[in-house]
Design a protein around this ligand. Structure first.
Ligand SMILES: O=C(O)C(=O)Cc1ccccc1
Length: 332
């Protein structure tokens, strides 16, 4: 009898090293991905990546099967590296989202006091969320950007090894777990300026299977306008408004082609298989030069906005059936 090779475990990338908020998002995803568990699929292996762009490039190259990346923060807004990497290049799709509350600690090698700290290393999104605390408690400190919050903690390395001497900062801002993992002492905890800050992470994969509609879904798109004209943005927004589709995020990003050339990255409620989402996408397709569909996936935060009169799914289905009946009688 010949042994049947077990399917290799899928590889899920995340912004590493271990101890990032991104790793927390992936851990949560894996713990609650009941669909995969029920299907009996192999448990994915988390693969730390040094940047969001690198993780998405590895996914495009087939070295990863999915990647968990930060896309939006409730205080700092969109994560531009992610938005831009999803907007160009081979198509990728979002298959899920995870919301992670973010709380930060200031940590340093044991023996360091707050008075000793002259430079602080962390991810740019973390720095933006602790700026007020820094102004109040470490007004003279220099900011040193690192690839992630956990990379900043790892750079201090708890005073062990060459990395400890190499770090051009003497304290890091990270999740508490990353500080502990690297043997650092916490100088101050919960230093975020906004209590209740949340980061939204998305699980991205190569195009293929779209998650089935759940009744509480989101769809993401990137819209490229045909030309710049008065009311151009209004024309895009009308496509959503007339179909009663609720947008949950709208950002403009430079396309990089020329000064003043922008695309719009938009999340909205609904699934590509919903009639009203289909009609919205067709409207956008007519008025835009290009519509990049970034996927439809279950919303992490549940309750969809109640539809206005005439814009419920049943209204769209009834209108479509009415037109189909008219057309069939017209051609009989
Ligand atoms: O660096 C991390 O830990 C990340 O996952 C990126 C990030 C940084 C700050 C807030 C949320 C996510």
């Amino acid at each position: 009898m010949r042994a049947v090779d077990a399917a290799p475990s899928p590889r899920y990338g995340y912004l590493g090293p271990e101890g990032t908020f991104c790793e927390m998002a992936l851990t949560r995803w894996l713990a609650t991905d009941h669909h995969r568990a029920q299907a009996g699929d192999a448990t994915p292996v988390p693969v730390p990546c040094s940047s969001v762009v690198g993780a998405l490039a590895a996914l495009r190259a087939g070295e990863l099967d999915a990647a968990m990346v930060p896309i939006e923060n409730s205080v700092e807004g969109g994560v531009t590296a992610t938005l831009d990497a999803l907007s160009v290049g081979d198509e990728l799709v979002i298959v899920g989202e995870v919301l992670v509350p973010v709380t930060f600690v200031l940590a340093a090698r044991p023996g360091t006091t707050l008075a000793d700290v002259t430079a602080v290393g962390t991810h740019s999104h973390a720095w933006a969320q602790v700026r007020g605390w820094m102004d109040a408690h470490l007004p003279g400190a220099t900011y040193v950007p690192t690839l992630s919050t956990a990379a900043a903690a790892a750079g201090l390395g708890g005073g062990r090894g060459p990395a400890a001497d190499a770090a051009p900062y003497d304290a890091s801002v990270s999740a508490a777990g990353a500080a502990t993992r690297h043997g650092l002492s916490v100088l101050a905890d919960d230093i975020g300026d906004n209590r209740g800050a949340v980061t939204r992470f998305v699980l991205v994969s190569r195009p293929g299977r779209t998650p089935a509609p759940t009744g509480s879904d989101k769809t993401s798109v990137v819209l490229f306008q045909r030309d710049d004209h008065p009311g151009g943005l209004l024309e895009l927004l009308e496509q959503f408004a007339t179909r009663g589709v609720n947008m949950t995020r709208l950002e403009s990003r430079p396309t990089g082609a020329a000064m003043g050339s922008y695309c719009f990255t938009i999340d909205f409620e609904g699934h590509v298989t919903d009639e009203r989402v289909g009609e919205t996408l067709m409207g956008l397709r007519r008025v835009c030069a290009q519509v990049r569909w970034l996927g439809s996936y279950p919303a992490a935060d549940g309750v969809p906005t109640p539809p206005r009169a005439g814009t419920a799914e049943a209204d769209f289905v009834a209108a479509r059936d009415w037109l189909a009946a008219l057309r069939s009688s017209a051609t009989r």
